[in-house]
Design a protein around this ligand. Structure first.
Ligand code: GLC
Length: 574
């Protein structure tokens, strides 16, 4: 099959094989501050998570990945770490973490921590020491300090723009009050970038990895793994399109590569070749430990071929498939991105991953029904965004999309709340917003708060059971009772039950370790494939499609009269 062809020929796509658990795992992302709050302060915490773990075991996932819970001033919700070897008091203690880990393992769940090596918090001891030390000192060399341009050094060293808006440079003041050097921060100014060319920095992180591996974590998701090395000389760069700074993902229909979301070429601070040596070192550290520990890359790169280089056998185990995440709801593009993903990753012996939502993007129950002129990824959506997504259509497509995804061979990532069908919260008041994107763009971009609202557990409880007091760090919408877990538990046809059934069947039929054989019988608005004894058919068109004879084992919507309605997925056993 070529990417341009209208329909796939019937062809088997060979997937990479191996025995490691992560190759086929379904990994559930917990965003700690929004999952479950045990002490009633409105911010989720580790004991809250521990109490709710049985619900995840019951859901049927294999592993959990936590967004960071390390000590942090919380300027970027914990992605600004001031101590990598402790738990922030907001979330609990190291002892709470140990209980959580033991409980998770007791329930058969693997635990993946989120390592943030590209930058620290400006409150980290290393950065404080760097500020206190003279220019040119070893302490300064742990970060990216540079002289400014112009006669007084008051022009930033280059024109790079922060992912969160504004310049990527901040000037410091010397102890005598005079203006000094500038430091680089790809994200907020409270998140100075480390200098990964410096062996001292590399050494520190080996120790940090071992600290958590010794405690028993099953691996790491690595934050901004594509940003650690910058092009030599730090040359100026002008992004070709709006949104390029976050990896350039847009939902533009005119994709550069058919089937693959529009990703712009890598800027001088993303995806530089020097990163690979770092990952080989990390791979080596994980290999010192028994069991199969996983390293998962958050790497926003412009092609799947490049992403595949990150998952060569001695680097990461897997990388998030953002090209898949941002593929438009179009059959031709979806087939192409699936084919290209499996080809690219199995070419280096890695499984493909699949993902539709996380804490940085508009929830897929809203994203899949956004109007065409919606703002690009990273900008977020809110009360003043023109054209609201149709909630019912979004949920219907999300259910179909997830049902398709969970039948694909490889590893799938779920984001907390998607199993409840949660939409993006578009009505958050400006006064509640906390994402640095909102502040750094002076309200021009809403940012990511809309997908981070604490999730609903019990319809009739304060804060829908998220906290005991009803407090919630972001206000929850008034109409979320029907999404609450207890409103859906055991209710046939609910999104929660759909996820549970899909996960159970995926495991029973070995779909995660299977392979994919395209089925081209249903017209060009349909994605259809066989994985083992299951045939998956998704109708992305407007017209119902006649179904073949077979047992329907899973359906994302009710099937009446043997026809597959629009925006619906079925799994058949023929
Ligand atoms: C990653 C995280 C995001 C965070 C950023 C800076 O992209 O997923 O939430 O803001 O890195 O650490």
């Amino acid at each position: 099959m070529t990417l341009e062809s209208e329909l796939p020929e019937t062809a088997t796509v060979i997937t990479a094989t191996g025995d490691e658990w992560w190759r086929s795992a379904v990994i559930y992302q917990i965003y700690p501050r929004s999952f479950a709050d045990s002490d009633g302060n409105g911010i989720g915490d580790l004991p809250g998570i521990t109490e709710r773990l049985p619900a995840l075991a019951e859901l049927g996932v294999d592993a959990i990945w936590f967004s960071p819970f390390f000590t942090s001033p919380q300027k970027d919700a914990g992605y600004d770490v001031s101590d990598y070897c402790d738990v922030d008091p907001l979330f609990g203690t190291l002892a709470d973490f140990d209980v959580l880990l033991e409980t998770a393992h007791g329930l058969g769940l693997k635990v993946i921590a989120d390592m943030v090596p590209n930058h620290t918090s400006d409150q980290h001891e290393w950065f404080k020491a760097a500020l206190a030390a003279p220019e040119g000192s070893p302490e300064r060399d742990r970060y990216m300090f540079r002289e400014g341009k112009g006669p007084n050094g008051d022009i930033a060293p280059n024109n790079w723009e922060s992912v969160f808006g504004g310049s990527m440079w901040e000037r410091v003041t010397r102890p005598d009050g005079t203006p000094g050097q500038w430091y680089l921060h790809i994200f907020d100014k409270s998140q100075p970038d480390l200098n990964w060319e410096n062996p001292w920095v590399r050494e520190q992180f080996f120790g940090i990895l071992r600290f958590w591996l010794d405690r028993g974590v099953d691996g790491f998701r690595v934050d901004v793994a594509h940003g650690m090395i910058k092009e030599a000389g730090l040359p100026d760069y002008t992004p070709p399109v709006e949104g390029a700074s976050m990896g350039g993902v847009t939902s533009d229909d005119t994709a550069l590569i058919p089937g693959i979301a529009d990703l712009t070429p890598d800027p001088p601070y993303w995806g530089q070749p020097g990163v690979h040596e770092i990952w080989r070192g990390w791979h080596g550290v994980l290999a010192e430990y028994p069991g199969d520990r996983v390293l998962a890359a958050e790497a926003w790169l412009d092609t799947l071929e490049k992403t595949a280089l990150w998952v060569r056998p001695d680097e990461f185990s897997q990388a998030f498939n953002f090209a898949y995440m941002f593929t438009d709801w179009k059959a031709k593009k979806l087939r192409a991105v699936i084919q290209e993903s499996i080809d690219a990753f199995s070419g280096v012996g890695a499984p493909s991953t699949w993902v539709l939502s996380n804490h940085d993007v508009v929830r897929h129950a809203s994203r899949l029904a956004l109007p065409k002129d919606a703002p690009p990824q990273g900008a977020g959506i809110g009360p003043k965004t023109p054209g609201k997504p149709d909630t019912a259509l979004g949920l219907r497509r999300a259910r179909a999309a997830t049902s398709l995804m969970l039948a694909l061979p490889g590893s799938s990532y779920l984001y907390q709340g998607e199993e409840l069908g949660l939409p993006e919260d578009m009505e958050l008041p400006d006064s509640a917003r906390q994402d640095p994107t909102w502040f750094r763009t002076k309200g021009e971009k809403y940012g990511r708060d809309g997908c981070r609202v604490p999730i609903p557990w019990e319809a009739d409880k304060p804060a829908y059971g998220f906290s005991t007091t009803g407090k919630s760090w972001l206000p929850q919408p008034v109409n979320w009772a029907p999404y609450a877990r207890d409103s859906q538990d055991g209710v046939p046809g609910s999104t929660l039950e759909l996820y549970k059934s899909a996960l159970k069947l995926r495991s029973a039929h070995g779909l995660g370790t299977g392979s994919l054989e395209w089925v081209g019988d249903y017209g060009n608005k349909v994605v259809a494939f066989r994985n083992g004894d299951i045939t998956v058919i998704t109708n992305l068109g407007k017209v119902a499609v006649e179904l073949p004879v077979g047992d329907i084992v899973l359906a994302s919507e009710e099937i009446v009269g043997g026809a597959l309605p629009a925006d619906t997925t079925v799994w058949l056993r023929a």
